[in-house]
Design a protein around this ligand. Structure first.
Ligand SMILES: NC(=O)c1ccc[n+]([C@@H]2O[C@H](COP(=O)([O-])OP(=O)(O)OC[C@H]3O[C@@H](n4cnc5c(N)ncnc54)[C@H](O)[C@@H]3O)[C@@H](O)[C@H]2O)c1
Ligand SMILES: O=C(O)C(=O)C[C@@H](O)[C@H](O)[C@H](O)COP(=O)(O)O
Ligand SMILES: [Zn+2]
Length: 364
């Protein structure tokens, strides 16, 4: 069981996404890039990975590279900020990292986004490798080169497009991922089906027992299919000039809910709530039927994802949604469904239409 996908950037092969059940091929993949033992390695990770898996990965890197250090920060979205980036810059400086050295993002999306941004900006850019360990980071955040941190609690306000040199995932690490984090990753995976492939969405509904039981073949197939969908989108539109915005389905309201929950709700859970609102708006716009909307919401619930945010105020969600980055000429760039598997960008929604969607998740 092993799969690889090539990601091209501006028409040229740029990096490989490797799906494995262990770390046996990691050094081989690194040698293929042309890295040599004299290059210094900084493994960036969070406190949970530090406790569970850092020793194993350090040993693997030390079997090839002469100088391997690690930088560990407290787990959670609260760490995804410029303070942590500054501490990481300090660590790199103290350890004399220069432009030909390499950073390793070993963790979930928080580690990946923060490490990628630090790699993009330290010495105007040094190489980095993604070793995503959460379901969400394996299917979404490690691919496509969106890196960044939150600023003043606003999601991903400071960032850069910066591509990794390799994405290597050991799917067996999902065994230690807490259940609710696995479910959070399902939010982005179901999004992939909803925006790009009705058959993939149906496949997930058919396989939900096996998925939640973490059956290795089914998980590998699912991660692979999601990586293919994300790869195809980011290859066609690497800098979000058009189609890539579809990956933001559920995120405008989702990011507002994430901020308003003070990051106590996970990203994929907030995206699920945001998608529920967007589905309601899509239904009211005459695109999807009542039955389809109900089917989507039932599927979210079946996977354990939330579809409501009863404790929040509609006006707060609307006003924070409007301060998200996706405003164009004062209008929210909103993603709606034309049908299951087919999403589009809508820039002409009125506040009333958006509020109606928000009310559907508050009174769900
Ligand atoms: N760059 C992108 O394109 C992109 C895409 C989607 C999401 N994101 C960002 O990704 C972040 C969410 O990522 P996430 O859900 O991975 O969150 P996360 O990085 O906080 O990881 C979730 C939790 O799971 C733990 N964890 C990770 N892997 C584990 C494992 N194998 N075993 C045990 N514990 C493990 C982490 O320590 C953390 O507590 C958000 O900041 C979001 O904005 C970015
Ligand atoms: O890769 C993308 O493009 C995405 O939008 C994927 C999203 O799932 C992800 O949460 C991304 O970080 C959102 O980016 P933002 O620019 O809307 O903050
Ligand atoms: Zn997301």
């Amino acid at each position: 069981m092993s799969k690889a996908i090539t990601v091209s950037y501006e028409g040229n092969p740029c990096y490989e996404i490797v799906l494995e059940q262990n770390f046996e091929q990691l050094i081989g993949e690194i040698k293929k890039i042309g890295y040599t033992p004299d290059q210094k390695i900084c493994i960036v990770t969070d406190s949970n990975l530090g406790r569970l898996h850092l020793a194993e990965i350090e040993k693997i890197f030390k079997s090839y590279f002469h100088t391997v250090s690690s930088f560990c920060f407290p787990a959670g979205e609260q760490s995804k900020n410029l303070d942590t980036v500054q501490k990481l810059y300090q660590d790199l400086i103290i350890n004399h990292f220069d432009r030909h050295d390499i950073m390793i993002a070993f963790g979930g999306g928080v580690v990946g986004d923060l490490t990628g941004f630090t790699a993009a900006t330290y010495l105007r850019g040094i190489d980095f490798i993604q070793i995503p360990t959460s379901l969400l980071s394996q299917v979404d955040s490690s691919i496509g080169g969106k890196t960044g941190v939150d600023f003043s609690q606003y999601k991903n306000m400071v960032g850069a497009f910066y591509q990794p040199k390799l994405v290597y995932m050991n799917l067996s690490l999902l065994q230690t991922l807490p259940k609710e984090q696995f479910v959070s990753g399902m939010g982005e995976i179901l999004k992939h089906g909803l925006i790009k492939s009705a058959s993939y969405f149906s496949w997930m509904k058919e396989h939900y027992t096996a998925i939640l039981a973490l059956e290795p073949d089914v998980i590998e197939e699912m991660v692979y299919q999601s990586c293919l969908i994300k790869r195809d989108v980011v290859e066609r539109d690497p800098k979000e000039k058009g189609e890539r915005a579809l990956l933001n389905f559920g995120h405008t309201i989702g990011h507002a809910v994430e901020k308003l929950s003070d990051f106590h709700l996970y990203h994929g859970q907030c995206v699920s709530i945001g998608m529920a609102a967007a589905c309601h708006i899509s239904k009211e716009a005459g695109n999807i039927t009542d039955t389809e909307c109900e089917d989507i919401l039932n599927t979210f619930t079946q996977f354990g994802l939330p579809i409501s945010a009863e404790q929040l105020k509609a006006e707060d969600i609307l006003s924070i949604s409007k301060s998200d980055k996706k405003m164009v000429a004062g209008k929210i760039k909103f993603i709606l469904l034309r049908s299951i598997g087919d999403a589009y960008i809508e820039q002409d929604l009125t506040d009333d239409q958006i509020l109606d969607g928000i009310h559907s998740i508050i009174h769900a």
